[in-house]
Design a protein around this ligand. Structure first.
Ligand code: CA
Length: 235
């Protein structure tokens, strides 16, 4: 198997070097670019398997770079943002990024995110696609689509179709942040008739059902002002 190559587009040399060191010690090959222009050129020349993209670049924004890349490729993109206020744009406006990390971050956090994204994107491409099969499993939760059954630690959860649908979306891509709109589009038949608070209400009842089996189990994280994400490592 060939090495996974990661293009890092980041203009602050100290941050770029920290990332390079962290990734290379995990066995990834890194390619560094300090501007959007160099980044796009290297992306064309090297076809990396993964892109880490700073939002604040000197020549163009990371969002513009992402848009350029997305015209041609579905390569996983992890955004680096300097401000919490940029998160809304990263995930909310469907920039096409796969995830984001807010600066300052620890190298360990970054490599963990990269690996999580690579796991779920390669699972998506694999022919034994868990996303399309009957059984879906993540952490302590198991779903069976054919039997329309959801279990926590093998104990049955009685879920409504919306709760089941949201859990299915979460389990397909653990750790990804979904906006309420994204959840509606994936789960509701007529998303345009659903409201933000409809999603919130179903999340609430879903949490309650998980708590009825284990009161300390809380894998659904609220990302304030953005939406929700499923974190199997929590609880
Ligand atoms: Ca920057």
């Amino acid at each position: 198997m060939s090495e996974t190559s990661i293009l890092v587009i980041e203009d602050e040399p100290a941050i770029a070097e920290t990332i390079e060191y962290a990734l290379e010690s995990e066995g990834f090959r890194t390619i560094l670019a300090g501007t959007a222009e160099t980044g796009l050129a290297l992306w064309q020349a090297e076809s990396p398997d993964f892109v880490i993209l700073d939002v604040g670049l000197p020549d163009r924004t990371g969002f513009e770079v992402c848009r350029e890349i997305r015209k041609q490729s579905e390569v996983p993109i992890l955004f680096l943002t300097a401000r919490e206020s940029e998160i809304d744009r990263v995930v909310g406006l469907e920039m096409g990024g796969d995830d984001y990390v807010v600066k300052p971050f620890s190298p360990r956090e970054l490599t963990a995110r990269v690996k999580a994204i690579l796991r779920r994107t390669s699972a998506k491409e694999s022919p034994r696609d868990l996303g399309e099969g009957d059984q879906l499993e993540s952490g302590r939760i198991t779903l069976s689509r054919e039997r329309y059954e959801a279990c926590l630690d093998e104990k049955n959860l009685e879920l409504s179709r919306y709760e089941f649908g949201m859990l299915e979306v979460f389990l397909q891509t653990p750790e990804r942040v979904f906006t309420r709109n994204q959840l509606m589009e994936r789960v509701w038949d007529e998303p345009e008739t659903a409201l933000d608070r409809t999603v919130d209400a179903h999340i609430k009842t879903l949490r309650k059902k998980l708590h009825s089996i284990d009161p300390s189990f809380d894998p659904i994280q609220t990302i304030r002002g953005v939406g929700y994400s499923y974190r199997p490592d929590l609880g």
